[in-house]
Design a protein around this ligand. Sequence first.
Ligand code: PRP
Length: 216
Amino acid sequence: MRYLTFALAKGRLAKKSLDMFEKIGITCEEMKDKDSRKLIFTNEELGMRFFLAKASDVPTYVEYGAADIGIVGRDTILEEGRKLYEVLDLKTGNCRMCVCGPESAGELLKHHERIRVATKYPAIAKDYFYNRKHQTVEIIKLNGSVELAPIVGLSEVIVDIVETGTTLKENGLAVLEEICPLSARVVVNQVSMKRENERIGRLIQDLRDLVQEENS
Ligand code: PRP
């Protein structure tokens, strides 16, 4: 039997997705060993393999079929714009993509000023400002701690993920506009979906039942 290969986004989502797999009878003991430097883990009985990848690489592995299934945040799916099927909302890792900044920047947004927008998500920011708001802005790509940008004067606003809002609050910033809700999603390679329809279909159904149970 061909292995079914899973790519899981490293970080907060990984633990949550592994917990969910465990609840539907898919375990991978090897993966829990935090000290291990191994990159890929196999469960021979189930005919499954799992690996952790940088979140932004998960859609790439899935599009090319190096992984049949991926678990990754909707932020990454939108940003990467890869060809894949998004099949299930795991309703975990819930947060929002927002335009944030000091309260004073609200006026600049309202008047469609040509402002600078710092973000780890240039594609999402571009789509929002150009296609939804029809506002011309300058987008500056950063790789982390984006909240710094308006504080030190790199940009007027940021486009970033807001979960609890603590980071914003502690830095004197606020949500100015909401772009979209986010959560962890299951994505599937388009060819795998046909070739492994039965195995993948069953797995998705089990996950769907679990999500329903946990959210009812
Ligand atoms: C994310 C996001 C915000 C923060 C939001 O950053 O970019 O900075 O979490 O969470 P909160 O609303 O609960 O405070 P992450 O921890 O992934 O780090 P990075 O931005 O430095 O990559």
